[in-house]
Design a protein around this ligand. Structure first.
Ligand code: GUN
Length: 279
């Protein structure tokens, strides 16, 4: 068997075009506000990419750049002003924040109706409760890639490797809501290979390069690789040993070009959804 390769770039382009078409049909322009504190170079690149993608999808975008010394109180005030601004539909505070700022308090200051990252505990709680909410962008991207693979989720056995609040836990919640039988595995799971071998769906979000081996993957399983790791020689690899898994999986996401491009497209979709629901 040779796995079908799930082309995240093509799917993301289609989703961005769909968001642009839906945005164009509205009487207003949905607006995304991104807050960047300090000068972390990687964050600056991500924030520019989000701003550009939003404009290309016919959304309004505003990036608020604040100095690294910004106090927690000042940052919370900026978030409060964005909450109160009727023209702002989505708010994203880029992480990581400088060490003197308590990230959790800042994220909790965001109006849950404008929380396009889906990180507010109200949104996380509602997602765990099975409600339809603004879901974090990477988990949303995972679900869209599974749909593109044609994976039958209802009744399927799924393993999610990694229990982070941003990826693993919400993915497990979304798969459960889609009627899969979910195992949420992590670094202390006793026999991870065994858990994987009995799963029809494998979602890897561990941050460990090429941890999931080919012989862990059941014939025909759908493998979604959330990882992106730079290894010796500068090569980018996922959390899945891609070449090994090609001969086992039914469908698989590449790294790069799988989950990553879909994540920003999902942020744009969340901004549109937030606007449609709020206005
Ligand atoms: N930093 C890296 N990824 C993300 C993300 O998805 N959201 C936010 N707010 N910050 C990030």
């Amino acid at each position: 068997m040779t796995a079908r390769i799930l082309d995240g770039r093509a799917l993301a382009a289609a989703l961005r075009a769909d968001v642009a078409a839906r945005a164009a049909s509205l009487a207003y322009r949905p607006k995304l506000a991104v807050v960047l504190v300090g000068d972390n170079p990687a964050s600056a690149v991500y924030v520019s990419a989000k701003d550009r993608a939003a404009r290309e999808a016919r959304l309004d975008a505003q990036t608020i750049r604040l100095p690294a010394e910004t106090t927690q109180a000042a940052l919370t005030d900026v978030v409060g002003a964005l909450n109160a601004d009727p023209h702002v539909d989505g708010i994203l505070v880029q992480l990581p924040l400088p060490p003197h700022v308590e990230s959790r308090a800042v994220l909790e200051a965001i109006d849950p109706a404008k929380d396009v990252d889906g990180f507010h505990p109200i949104n996380a709680g509602r997602l765990a409760d099975g409600q339809d909410v603004l879901t974090p962008c990477t988990p949303r991207a995972v679900m869209k890639l599974l749909a593109a693979a044609g994976a039958a989720l209802s009744g399927a056995r799924a393993v999610v490797i990694g229990r982070s609040a941003i990826v693993g836990r919400p993915v497990a919640g979304l798969l459960t809501a889609a009627h899969a039988t979910v195992t949420l595995a992590h670094s202390r799971t006793l026999d991870l290979a065994h858990e994987c071998r009995r799963a029809g769906i494998v979602v890897a979000a561990t941050g460990r390069p090429e941890m999931v081996r080919g012989d862990w993957v059941a014939p025909g399983a759908v493998v979604i690789d959330v990882g992106i790791n730079r290894v010796a020689g500068g090569r980018l690899v996922g959390d899945v040993a891609y070449d090994e898994c090609l001969g086992h999986a039914g469908a698989i996401t590449p790294v790069p070009g799988g989950v990553g491009p879909m994540t920003i497209a999902c942020l744009l979709e969340n901004t549109l959804l937030a606007a449609e629901r709020r206005r």
